[in-house]
Every structure is written in structure tokens, then in C-alpha cells.
Design a protein around this ligand. Structure first.
Ligand SMILES: CC(C)(COP(=O)(O)OP(=O)(O)OC[C@H]1O[C@@H](n2cnc3c(N)ncnc32)[C@H](O)[C@@H]1OP(=O)(O)O)[C@@H](O)C(=O)NCCC(=O)NCCS
Length: 234
């Protein structure tokens, strides 16, 4: 499969996205809870990917039942994540910095910011960005760009659940309050739209993000999430 032209499609209860970085890697997101996923269908998708030269498949961040489902198919733990929630009952800060809506013409800028802020495994390419924006029926993407772009956030909403999908501040401009202001914007938007819980996940070693979220009223959930990896060569 061509790495220059990542593709995405839905099949057998999964959304599948080929990597824009490696032509032997794909990412899958289950479209249903574990009890509605069918083992033989998912295995068929893996066989199809393998026949197309994909040898490595990563899941999206999974909750425990979905994690168990994929582990039973031979997936192994790649990384554990903390899941945090804000119940929007406690007082919420207001943004301290102006932001603006992200247009389609800003996507290259967003990807540059994203790639500067995240390590390679977590970096977005165009199709990952499109997938994040399409993950919920309502989405807000804001950029902090007084003159040069400093950071951005993507927040999604499905019914009364909110998801802080992405937050990135360029490494040269961190610790200046950009991240805190973008999170405040996400919280205010969620609150105004009657979201009852805003969720965010982060790597367990991302102490900066953890400290930011906890200082803004997010509380760690008991059960975290996990990204799993399937190796088609083993
Ligand atoms: C996490 C991130 C968004 C924070 O953005 P930022 O603009 O630097 O954050 P702020 O300046 O608003 O910091 C707010 C608070 O967060 C905490 N914090 C932020 N970065 C920190 C770090 N590296 N170490 C410890 N605490 C940190 C501090 O409590 C800080 O308050 P303080 O500066 O008054 O001490 C930024 O570091 C980033 O883009 N990291 C890479 C991508 C990422 O991890 N995104 C979040 C994934 S879930």
C-alpha cells in the first residue's frame, strides 16, 4: 500500500486507516462495543490487511472490554493511557488568550504544530486529523495564532459526552499558558452545550499534560485505556 496516500475505510465493525508514514502499518478503531464485534469478521479484516502487505496494526485507545476482545485475537499491549474526566460542575476558567476557528487551509499548519509537539508514533497525518474531526457529530477546532501558530485543540461532542481529542503547543512556546487557555476554551464550549463529562486521555509518562489537566479540575478515572499492537509476522 502506498504510504504517500493513506486511505481509510470501514469494514467488519472497524474503521481502518493505513499509515501515512509506514506502508506496512495500519490503525483500527472499533465502531461498536466489544459485545457487538464479531471475532471472525475482525480476523477476516486482519487477513485482508496482511494480504495487502500490512504487518503491523495498532488499535485506537481501548477501554477494558474492547482491550480484552482484541487481546483474545492475539493483539499485545503497546501503551497504557490514563483517562481523565471533568464533570463541569466545578468552576471553569475562561481562556486567557484569543483563538480562532481552524479552516481547511490551516490544516498544513495544524499538522506542522502537531508533528513538532508529539513523538513520531502519536503524530497526526492528514487522514488521522480527518478521522479525529469526524469521530464525533460536533467538533470544535481552535488555533492560537497571534501571528505565528503556537498551538491548537480539537474538542468533540456526542450527545452529552465531550472529548478533548487533541491538544498541542509548539515546543518553543510551551509553559506560556497556551495549553491552559485552549483547555479552558474546550471546557467552556462543552459547558455551554450541556456536556456532562469531558474526557481526555494521555500517556502515563506525560507529566506535563497530566499536571495541566489535574490543575484544571480533571480527575483520573480508575480504569485507563490501552493501545494494542498486532504483529502480522509473529
Ligand atoms: C501538554 C501541553 C499541551 C501543555 O501546553 P503548555 O502551553 O506548555 O501549557 P501551559 O503553559 O498552559 O501550562 C499549564 C500548566 O500545565 C503544567 N505543565 C505544562 N507543561 C509542563 C511540563 N513540561 N512539566 C510539568 N508541568 C507542566 C503546569 O502545571 C503548567 O502551569 P505552570 O506553567 O503555571 O506551572 C504541551 O506541553 C504539549 O503540547 N505537549 C506535547 C503534546 C501533548 O502532550 N499534548 C497533550 C496530550 S494529551
Amino acid at each position: 500500500m502506498s504510504s504517500e496516500h493513506p486511505q481509510q475505510w470501514s469494514t467488519n465493525g472497524l474503521r481502518v486507516r493505513t499509515s501515512g508514514v509506514s506502508n506496512s502499518t495500519a490503525h483500527i478503531t472499533p465502531l461498536f462495543p466489544a459485545q457487538k464485534l464479531i471475532k471472525t469478521h475482525v480476523l477476516r479484516s486482519l487477513e485482508t490487511l496482511q494480504a495487502a502487505g500490512i504487518t503491523e496494526v495498532f488499535t485506537s485507545a481501548l477501554r477494558s472490554k474492547e482491550k480484552q476482545f482484541f487481546m483474545n485475537l492475539g493483539f499485545k499491549l503497546h501503551e497504557e493511557l490514563f483517562l481523565l474526566a471533568h464533570n463541569l460542575d466545578t468552576p471553569i476558567n475562561f481562556p486567557t488568550r484569543p483563538t480562532r476557528r481552524v479552516r481547511r487551509s490551516d490544516w498544513d499548519t495544524i499538522l506542522r504544530l502537531d508533528n513538532a509537539a508529539f513523538s513520531s508514533f502519536w503524530q497526526f497525518d492528514t487522514s488521522a486529523l480527518a478521522e479525529a474531526l469526524a469521530a464525533t457529530p460536533r467538533t470544535r477546532m481552535r488555533i492560537d495564532a497571534p501571528d505565528i501558530p503556537l498551538g491548537f485543540a480539537i474538542t468533540g461532542r456526542s450527545g452529552r459526552m465531550g472529548f478533548l481529542q487533541r491538544l498541542a503547543v509548539h515546543p518553543d512556546y510551551q509553559r506560556m499558558g497556551v495549553g491552559r487557555s485552549l483547555v479552558a476554551d474546550a471546557l467552556q464550549w462543552s459547558h455551554k452545550r450541556f456536556v456532562k463529562e469531558l474526557l481526555v486521555n494521555t500517556q502515563t509518562n506525560n507529566l506535563g499534560a497530566l499536571s495541566l489537566y489535574e490543575s484544571m479540575g480533571f480527575i483520573q478515572k480508575r480504569d485507563g485505556l490501552a493501545v494494542l499492537r498486532w504483529n502480522g509476522n509473529s
